[in-house]
Ligand binder design. Structure first.
Ligand SMILES: Cc1cc2nc3c(=O)[nH]c(=O)nc-3n(C[C@H](O)[C@H](O)[C@H](O)COP(=O)(O)O)c2cc1C
Length: 362
């Protein structure tokens, strides 16, 4: 299944304004009118007025953080918002759980938890603001002056899904007249090597959790080849881009693979693709690539069977559970092949990157 961002960036920004207005005005209102309001709702008056005022001020501050984010979207400010709202939700929940607060306050907990999710999604979007558009269209390629039809497809794959997707995308490109070099990104450390024992599986998961970089075998493809398109394909590991690909995209010695070229970013996953895709686009743009599209493809089946099947496949190597097969469906693979065709036919009239400030891509 091909995936699109759940909520576009502009809408997430408006949500920030919603919580800004609600937190700022709501807390002023609460401080001014808590007596009649609490009486009306039959809530006992706060025992410690100083503590109650402090809570309102903190919540008001979160509103200010949201307002700053709306006015000038910034990832660091969003982290402050995520931490602040999580703490606020956690503490309010705690006091409710020990019966020190009325159940009405659970509204604030739900509100804050929802906005932690919204802030997180916005934080992902800000890593690559064009993510929404990139995931449902193919942007203009660079004007290469010669009619190049040569592509490099890079694939990182532990259990074969991304390899399969890369092969189908290659077929789509070749069907449209492209000559394609395909190269696997091979992780060097044993922990990533097949067959995946339970120990290696655990090692990969833990490393992915802590987002540790990974060594990979240097790409052998002949750099003198004039690829007008590079396709990067990789899976999601622990809600982020698989480590060896993340390291490769950040590696100075491999920057020339992407710099000044059209690049397509493709993520394969069980279901969580948005962050990996944002990471991929962000890294590629930093490397000076003209990212023409970014796609996410998820496994067939339904949750939680898909999730259980993933662990089942990694640990036992079996590929079927509860009637669900592991990996991408035939339909999804057809979509991937079609992406190859679409990429081959992309418009190529974008002025070269050198027109843009060089520092952005240094
Ligand atoms: C260590 C590890 C962690 C994973 N974590 C996630 C995850 O957080 N979210 C998700 O949707 N898929 C996750 N997956 C599933 C892979 O993205 C998915 O199985 C993908 O198809 C694997 O591609 P491959 O067969 O090319 O290796 C994880 C897989 C591995 C090996």
């Amino acid at each position: 299944m091909r995936l699109r961002p759940i909520i576009p960036g502009w809408l997430l920004r408006w949500f920030c304004l919603v919580t800004a207005v609600a937190n700022i005005t709501g807390n002023v209102f609460l401080l001014l009118f808590y007596r009649p309001l609490f009486g009306w709702l039959d809530i006992p008056l706060p025992r410690d007025l100083h503590l109650f005022t402090l809570e309102c001020v903190l919540s008001f501050t979160m509103g200010v953080v949201a307002l700053i984010t709306y006015v000038r979207p910034d990832r660091l400010v969003l982290i402050v918002g995520i931490v602040g709202k999580s703490l606020y939700a956690g503490i309010t929940y705690y006091f409710w759980a020990i019966h020190a607060l009325s159940s009405w306050f659970m509204i604030f907990v739900v509100w804050d938890v929802v906005f932690v999710g919204i802030f997180f999604l916005y934080w992902i979007q800000l890593a690559a603001p064009r993510l929404f558009e990139l995931s449902h269209s193919v942007f203009a390629g660079l004007d290469t002056r010669h009619d190049g039809r040569r592509a490099l497809v890079l694939a990182l794959s532990l259990t074969g899904n991304t390899r399969q997707a890369a092969a189908r995308l290659t077929r789509g490109l070749e069907r449209s007249g492209y000559e394609v070099d395909v190269e696997e990104v091979v992780p060097e450390e044993r922990v990533f090597h097949q067959p995946f024992t339970f120990g290696r599986f655990l090692g990969t998961v833990i490393r992915a959790m802590f987002r540790r970089g990974a060594k990979f075998r240097p790409i052998k493809a002949d750099r003198r080849r004039d690829w007008d398109l590079v396709v990067v394909t990789a899976p999601t590991w622990m809600l982020g881009l698989a480590a060896p690909m993340e390291s490769l995209l950040a590696d100075d010695d491999h920057r020339d693979l992407f710099k000044g070229r059209d690049v397509a970013a493709v993520v394969v996953c069980r279901g969580a693709w948005q962050r990996s895709q944002a990471m991929m686009v962000y890294r590629l743009e930093r490397a000076g690539a003209n990212v023409v599209t970014a796609r996410g493809y998820s496994h067939q089946g339904w949750e939680p069977a898909r999730l259980m099947l993933l662990w089942w496949r990694l640990i036992t190597k079996r590929t079927r559970l509860f009637g669900v097969d592991y990996g991408l469906s035939a339909e999804t693979l057809n979509e991937v092949e079609q992406l190859g065709v679409d990429l081959a036919h992309r418009v190529r009239n974008r002025p070269h990157w050198t027109l843009l400030p060089e520092a952005r891509h240094a």
